[in-house]
Ligand binder design. Structure first.
Ligand SMILES: NC(=O)c1ccc[n+]([C@@H]2O[C@H](COP(=O)([O-])OP(=O)(O)OC[C@H]3O[C@@H](n4cnc5c(N)ncnc54)[C@H](O)[C@@H]3O)[C@@H](O)[C@H]2O)c1
Length: 383
């Protein structure tokens, strides 16, 4: 089994999720790689405390990520830092010759994304991928498989989205995700958009043009917890994109994508609905075990059927097939794919590989067009 040393840059919410997933690697069976967390870098000492107490404790806990990049025992890095740091940190990782799994949106804006992509193109031997774990849900994989096999017939309409309500409370204090300087002009699209668009892009659907409606629900928030001083909350809270998409055969259809940080009643709802002339299918993490499908047969009732999904994964695990799958499992499957790609090489076709440089660039083209559409209140071409 091949051993891979991993460094984590940014030990916040996602850095801990990543480390937690790696810590239960024994859950997988037959994977060709065994990763271990060799070092963690975070400029906040409090963030490193979690890793100092974890077992096994990573050998290198540092404030400056460049120390990690000098460590020859680190072959790959996972980076989860605010968006304004993506270009510098990702480019440094690539220049240091480390495989990179970088968080979305992979650059604070399109110019940053182009700069990261151009660094990556200089090192084609490295695996450079963008995080996107939701497609590893069993229900998502089933729909992807149905589309790839051509079972849906002609696509009539697609709806996809990621909705949550973590900003519903107007008293929630400001943080970097609500400041344009750190989070970017994209706002909620930069936060949630890769999750929404990854599957459509992977299925080869080109987003040709769109009309975006972006909204700011709360324009001010407390400057800190318990403070009555209000400061500007600058970023877009919610985005609805009505897109015209095209298949590789030139068939055009509407694709409605929603990215909402203020969606009443939703905790973290990722959904995908594909309506086709032969088969329609929909999956939502609101009902994570259920896959709904409708097969159209002329003259027969048009009835949706619900199938209870079990623990269906790309990378085999010890879990029984009837048990439930969850968010932590999507992370484990995604990291398994990253390590598999490192093992097999950049050109290897995996059952479902991580979001590529081209797919990350595709999301930036959509978000940039959406900003133009919002500003002009017009339908715009996606370039
Ligand atoms: N894949 C997902 O489901 C998902 C979910 C949430 C966030 N994200 C993405 O993950 C990234 C981080 O988000 P988060 O929610 O973990 O944020 P966070 O604020 O919880 O964590 C960010 C961490 O980065 C650290 N940091 C900041 N500057 C640094 C530097 N120069 N060097 C080292 N560490 C530094 C901070 O101290 C903090 O601990 C973002 O790109 C975000 O879009 C992805």
């Amino acid at each position: 089994m091949r051993e891979i040393g991993i460094g984590i840059i940014g030990g916040g919410l996602m850095g801990r999720e990543f480390a937690s997933a790696v810590s239960r690697w024994g859950h997988l069976t037959g994977h060709p790689v065994r990763p271990s967390i060799v070092g963690v870098a975070d400029r906040t000492p409090a963030a490193l405390e979690y890793f100092a107490l974890s077992q096994p404790k990573p050998a290198q806990l540092v404030a400056d990520y460049r120390e990690l990049l000098k460590n020859p025992a680190i072959h790959a890095v996972y980076v989860a830092v605010p968006h304004d740091l993506h270009q510098q940190v990702y480019s440094d990782c690539i220049r240091a010759g480390k495989h990179l799994l970088g968080e979305k949106p992979f650059g604070i804006d399109q110019a940053a994304n182009v700069a990261i992509t151009s660094e990556a193109k200089k090192r084609p031997e490295l695996i450079v991928r963008c995080c996107s774990e939701f497609p590893y849900w069993p229900g998502a994989q089933r729909i992807i498989s149905m589309v790839c096999k051509g079972e849906m017939g002609r696509i009539i309409e697609v709806e996809c989205g990621l909705l949550h309500s973590s900003d519903m409370d107007p008293k929630k204090p400001i943080n970097w995700k609500r400041r344009v300087a750190n989070n970017g002009e994209y706002g909620c699209m930069g936060d949630l958009g890769m999750h929404v668009l990854h599957v459509p892009l992977r299925l080869g659907w080109q987003i040709c043009n769109l009309r975006a409606i972006l909204s700011k629900v709360f324009t001010q928030r407390p400057g800190s917890a318990g403070s009555s001083e209000m400061v500007p909350c600058e970023t877009w809270d919610n985005a609805t994109l009505l897109c015209e998409a095209a298949t590789e055969f030139g068939d055009r259809f509407p694709l409605i994508a929603k990215m909402m940080r203020i969606a009443p009643g939703e905790t973290n709802t990722w959904y995908l609905s594909v309506k086709g002339t032969a088969v329609s299918a929909r999956f939502s993490t609101r009902q994570p075990r259920s896959l709904f499908t409708l097969a159209y047969t002329p003259g027969k009732p048009q009835a949706w059927q619900e199938e209870q999904l079990g623990y269906e994964t790309i990378y085999q695990t010890i879990t029984g097939s009837i048990f439930e799958f969850g968010f932590g499992d999507t992370m484990l499957q995604m990291i398994a794919a990253f390590c598999d790609q490192i093992d097999k090489g950049p050109q290897a076709q995996l059952p479902f590989g991580l979001a590529t440089l081209e797919e990350a660039a595709g999301t930036h083209a959509v978000f940039t067009a959406a900003l133009r559409s919002q500003q002009s209140a017009q339908t715009v071409q996606v370039q």
